[in-house]
Design a protein around this ligand. Structure first.
Ligand code: NAP
Length: 337
C-alpha cells in the first residue's frame, strides 16, 4: 500500500476508507454488522486512514467506527480523520463552526469514537456566520490540549485556507475530486501543492458512477442522495455511463485493470493526494490491490482527457451536497459570532 504523510507527521495509506455511506443517512440506510466488517476488511487490506464526520448518520458513522475499532489492537493501526462544523436539528444539518459548537462536537466525537484523540480534525464546510479566525483559533487550542493531532479543512477555497493558515497550522484540505468533478484543479489543487497541504479527495468513485457496476436501470432506496444527484438522471447519466464504458475499455486494454482501479489511480497521480473510497461491504474493497503498483503515462492521461471531452462535455459540480448556512436555518444567527 502506498503511503503519504499528512502535516509532515501522520503517515497514512493513500487510499482512505470513507464512512459517510456507513452512517446510512442520505445513502438509504446502513447495516451495522456489514459496516463493521467493511472497516475491519479495509484495515486487513492495509488501509490506515478512515474518514468520518459527526453528521454522517447524525453520529451513527462515528459510533460504528468506534465499535469496529474497539477490537484489541485496531485503534493503534489507523488514523481517524473526523470533522467539525456541521450541526443538525430535527434531522436537518446546517453549518456551525462556532467555538462553542466545535467544543461540544469534539467531546461527542471522542465519546462515539471511543478514543482520546482525533488524528485529523477537519472543518467540514466554511461557515460564513462565524468569523474564520474564531474557528481556526478554537482548533489550535484543541490541538494544544491534545484532543486533536492535526488540523484540516474541507470544501474551503484558496482564500479561506490562506486566512485560516494565518491563525493555525493547516495540514490538509478535503475536496470533491474525481474524473468527473475537477473544479479544484483551478485553485485549490495548485494552492495545496504550493503550501504543502495533503489533499483528501472525496467521492473518488463519484458516488459509485466510476465503480463500473452502475447502470441506467439502477434504483436507489429511501433517502439515497443519488435520487437527487443531477449526474444520476436521464441524458446526463447516459453521458456519464458512456464515459465510464470508454474509460473501462481503455483501462482494460492498456493495463488489464477495471475502470474502478483507473479512477482511483488517476486521483493518486494528481499530486499529494489521498483517494477516499466509500465502500459499504468487504467485497467492494476486493479490487484494492489493483490500484497499486502501476502508473498512468502521459499518453494515457491525454487519452483520458479526450474521452472526458467527448463524453462528459458539460460536467456538473457536486454543489447539491452543501448543507445550508446557520443564518438560513436560524435567522438569529445572522451577524452572530
Ligand atoms: P464514493 O466513494 O465516490 O462512492 C461511494 C459509493 O460507491 C458506495 O456507496 C458504493 O455505492 C459505491 N462503491 C464503492 N465501491 C464499489 C465497488 N467495488 N463496486 C461497486 N460500487 C462501489 O463516494 P462518497 O462515499 O461520497 O465519498 C467517499 C468519502 O468521502 C465519504 O464516505 C466521506 O468520508 C467523504 N466525503 C466527504 C465530503 C465532504 O464534504 N467533506 C462529501 C462527500 C464525501 P452502492 O451504494 O451502490 O454500493
Amino acid at each position: 500500500m502506498e503511503h503519504i504523510r499528512i502535516g509532515n507527521r501522520l503517515d497514512v495509506s493513500r487510499i482512505g476508507l470513507g464512512t459517510w455511506a456507513i452512517g446510512g443517512w442520505m445513502w438509504g440506510g446502513t447495516d451495522e454488522a456489514r459496516s463493521i466488517a467493511t472497516i475491519r476488511a479495509a484495515i486487513e487490506r492495509g488501509v490506515t486512514l478512515i474518514d468520518t464526520a459527526p453528521v454522517y448518520g447524525f453520529g451513527r458513522s462515528e459510533e460504528i467506527l468506534g465499535k469496529a475499532l474497539a477490537a484489541p489492537g485496531l485503534r493503534a493501526q489507523v488514523s481517524i480523520a473526523s470533522k467539525v462544523g456541521v450541526a443538525w436539528k430535527d434531522g436537518r444539518p446546517y453549518r456551525d463552526a462556532s467555538p462553542a459548537h466545535i467544543r461540544r462536537e469534539i467531546e461527542a466525537s471522542l465519546r462515539r469514537l471511543r478514543t482520546e484523540v482525533i488524528d485529523l480534525c477537519q472543518v467540514h464546510w466554511p461557515d460564513p456566520d462565524t468569523p474564520l479566525e474564531q474557528t481556526a483559533r478554537t482548533l489550535e487550542q484543541l490541538r494544544a490540549e491534545g484532543k486533536i493531532r492535526l488540523i484540516g479543512v474541507s470544501n474551503y477555497d484558496a482564500q479561506q485556507m490562506e486566512a485560516f493558515r494565518a491563525i493555525a497550522p493547516l495540514a490538509s484540505v478535503q475536496s470533491p475530486y474525481n474524473l468527473f468533478e475537477r473544479q479544484i484543479e483551478a485553485e485549490v489543487l495548485p494552492y495545496a501543492a504550493r503550501t504543502g497541504l495533503t489533499v483528501l479527495s472525496y467521492g473518488a468513485l463519484c458516488r459509485g458512477l466510476l465503480s463500473g457496476t452502475m447502470t441506467s436501470e439502477r434504483t436507489f432506496a429511501g433517502d439515497d442522495l443519488r435520487n437527487v444527484d443531477p449526474k444520476f438522471r436521464g441524458a446526463r447519466l447516459r453521458q456519464y455511463l458512456e464515459a465510464v464504458a470508454a474509460l473501462d475499455a481503455l483501462a482494460r486494454e492498456r493495463f488489464g485493470k477495471p475502470v474502478l482501479a483507473l479512477a482511483l489511480r488517476w486521483v493518486l497521480e494528481r499530486g499529494a493526494t489521498i483517494a477516499l473510497w466509500g465502500a459499504r461491504s468487504p467485497e467492494q474493497l476486493d479490487p484494492i490491490g489493483q490500484v497499486e503498483g502501476w502508473h498512468l503515462d502521459a499518453d494515457t492521461m491525454a487519452d483520458i482527457e479526450a474521452i472526458l471531452a467527448r463524453c462528459a462535455a458539460q460536467p456538473v459540480a457536486p454543489d447539491f451536497m452543501a448543507p445550508p448556512v446557520r443564518s438560513a436555518v436560524e435567522p438569529a444567527a445572522r451577524g452572530a459570532a
